[in-house]
Design a protein around this ligand. Sequence first.
Ligand code: NAI
Length: 299
Amino acid sequence: ARIPGLSRDVTPRDIRSVGVIGGGLMGTGITLALLNADLPVIMVELREEALAKAGETIRKTIQRDVDKGRIDQAKADARIAAFTPATSLDALADIDLVIEAVFEDMGVKQQVFTALDAITRPDAILASNTSTLDVDAIAALTKDPSRVVGLHFFSPANIMRLLEVVRGRETAPDVLATAMAFGKRVGKVGVVSGVCDGFIGNRMFEEYLRQTWFMLEEGALPQQIDGALERWGMAMGPCRTMDLAGQDIGWAIRKRRAVEQPDRPYSGVIDRICELGRFGQKTGKGIYAYPDGRTAEPD
Ligand code: NAI
């Protein structure tokens, strides 16, 4: 398929080895997605404990595919053997592509990208999974910003198919083409996004939620909002979606927005729900109640 603004003559590079930095929620999911596509992965995580936990999740998830009859034991063993845990970025000296998934903090990203600049091969592609930081600012941390691109996965990264490929101001055409081809190779559907706050999915979703909270404040019942949107074609309405994702995630984003954009009108009704510790399914109550842990009931 054609990539917007890219000549057909650009040939994607072959990616044979990948390094993932950060063994948290996203790093673990991304690593699984790559192992499942039969790519070898070196995971670099600073905390031994987090590294061990990531390794355990990865092994268990792959083993579950054997139990479900999706793959045989030999395949599972090969995928598990293709996973190499490490605690130092030095392990990434000879890797084709690095995907950074450390804390969402510019200071931490800065440390990582400055180190990668010195450690990796000059032709290695450096990708960030950042959700909210400026990819151009991350690229500017390196000597050669043309090899930096955003690869924004969605959680759970081993399941969700959307991959936003974020094209920075300086991203080289063949780096962009490689990122798109790589996405396809690991079973994702890549969509090129420009650098903007929230990229495509989260930028739209934040506004969609903002209107949801206004409607609640105006007196709409969550069942009305979810009922309408679900019949309109959304897989899950916004109230149920955020109860599932965790209301605390949205709360953290709103707190940041209140500082960044103090004049932007928004409804505090959802903050009152969060102040009660009602974070959704995981706490038994959110906008709805979950008496059996899963089924949403009006509360
Ligand atoms: P997390 O907090 O679960 O994991 C981050 C991990 O990075 C931690 O285990 C931490 O020990 C490790 N780490 C920190 N500094 C490090 C360093 N210098 N070297 C190696 N490891 C280091 O965070 P999560 O949720 O996995 O997010 C990671 C990135 O992915 C962030 O940039 C976030 O914005 C982005 N993202 C998150 C999504 C989500 O749903 N949570 C969705 C898409 C992107």
